[in-house]
Design a protein around this ligand. Structure first.
Ligand code: ZN
Length: 433
């Protein structure tokens, strides 16, 4: 580079700065510069070099890339806006390396949440069982006013963000959460949930959900994310509604609560179990429901044959026969802390791993969880299934979740050009960098 004060054309300056591509990356990073021009007292044009730091370089204790833990002494290089440039060896990194104490991971993908239920925090007791839990969510939604609901959602979003979540698969029964999503730093896939266990009401239920979906889609430019219509659960969606939803969701990403309790399989196999009293309580006429003699999963999955990408959530009582039946068509989303909260059970994690299932993670909502912190879900899996390596679980929480939500182009791993967010993990705690 020519000495300061010597006239330098923008072209030659640009060449001087940019041509080191291929030279040690440190020279490129340190010399990234801006340029302004002016003239000296004799009217000669001069260019002034203004150093601008365009990159940030992080050297944590270890790096998880989205698929693997790297050996020590690696440096993650990002642009100032967080776009990944490279992972390089420490000696090549030059100056200005920021040291981080902990494991650096791409931002978490929380594939199952209901932020609009945040006002339920601490309200429903633990271990009530699913049927009782669902009844309480249905009857107690309006115990808080709009202001309290909004404040609860804002606090929830704050916790998600600060604990390293960058994208959420979020169930919506209403447009309540719309307001916080308009100005959110997070990516949201809004799953507009449809319920209705009586065939005769199916069309109306779909139309009502269409209205909510429309609002999310119409202002999609204001909302960072996507929206699609989804069934709630096998025990709350009728045959006619499943069929309508299949027509309505061709090639889309859908999700469904699956096998969260044994009552679900009992209902489908023999039309018996705790759900019968539940329907009676709520005056739901189930005379047209016919048991299939199959499990819940084996009953609902065949309805979807329009190339949907399907996320099956909870799966606490999913069996080998169900996994065989699903033939890798599903992403299995696990929310272990919610399962412990409601039913005091854990999903069959080892069985899913042995079968090489595509596993992803979510927190569910404050109605069934004390926190919306993905690290707490990872901790629970580590404690209860200590043979599963941390890198495997982290991949569920990052790249697998991103793929399930169709956002792996931007999220889920430290690959050049992605902007996946950074999470620092230390002593079982995760925080956004
Ligand atoms: Zn849920």
């Amino acid at each position: 580079m020519k000495p300061a004060g010597v006239t330098l054309s923008p072209e030659s300056f640009r060449d001087a700065v940019i041509s080191p591509y291929g030279a040690p990356i440190s020279s490129l990073l340190v010399r990234s510069s801006g340029l302004t021009s002016g003239s000296d007292p004799h009217g000669r044009q001069i260019y002034i070099i203004q150093p601008i730091i365009l990159y940030r370089k992080y050297k944590p204790t270890a790096i998880f890339t989205g698929t693997a833990l790297l050996p020590e002494n690696r440096v993650l290089v990002c642009k100032n806006d967080g776009t990944v440039e490279a992972i390089i060896n420490e000696p090549e990194a030059g100056d200005d390396v920021e040291l981080l104490d902990g494991l650096l991971s791409p931002g978490f993908i929380n594939a199952h949440c209901h932020i609009e239920l945040s006002h339920f925090k601490g309200i429903i007791p633990e271990h009530t069982g699913l049927v009782n839990f669902v009844g309480q969510v249905m009857t107690r939604r309006e115990e808080k006013n709009a202001e309290e609901k909004l404040a609860a959602m804002q606090a929830a979003q704050q916790e998600l963000w600060e604990s390293g979540t960058v994208a959420v698969g979020d169930i919506c029964n209403t447009t309540d959460s719309f307001i916080i999503k308009q100005n959110s730093p997070l990516y949201w896939h809004n799953f507009i949930e449809v319920t209705g266990f009586v065939d005769a009401a199916a069309q109306k239920r779909l139309i009502d959900a269409e209205q909510i979906l429309k609002q999310f889609l119409q202002t999609s430019s204001m909302v960072n994310g996507q929206a699609s219509m989804v069934p709630h659960a096998p025990y709350s969606v009728s045959k006619a509604l499943f069929q309508l939803l299949n027509d309505r969701t061709a090639n889309q990403i859908i999700t469904i609560h699956n096998q969260e309790s044994t009552a679900e399989d009992e209902l489908y196999k023999t039309k018996s179990g705790d759900f019968l009293a539940f329907y009676k309580n709520f005056g739901i006429d189930i005379s047209s429901f016919e048991p299939t003699a199959k499990s819940g999963l084996q009953s609902w999955l065949p309805y979807f044959n329009n190339h949907q990408k399907i996320i099956s959530v909870h799966n606490s009582f999913t069996s080998q026969a169900d996994i065989d039946f699903a033939q890798n068509k599903l992403s299995f989303c696990l929310c272990p802390n919610a399962n412990l909260y409601i039913e005091n059970v854990l999903p069959p994690v080892e069985l899913l791993v042995q079968n090489d299932c595509n596993i992803i993670l979510g927190t569910d909502s404050y109605a069934s969880n004390h926190q919306l912190n993905m690290m707490a879900e990872i901790d629970t899996i580590q404690k209860n299934f200590p043979l599963i390596p941390l890198a495997t679980i982290l991949q569920w929480a990052t790249l697998n979740g991103a793929k399930a939500l169709g956002i792996e182009k931007d999220f889920g791993s430290f690959e050049k050009g992605k902007r996946p967010g950074l999470v620092l993990i230390k002593d079982g705690q995760a925080k956004k960098v």
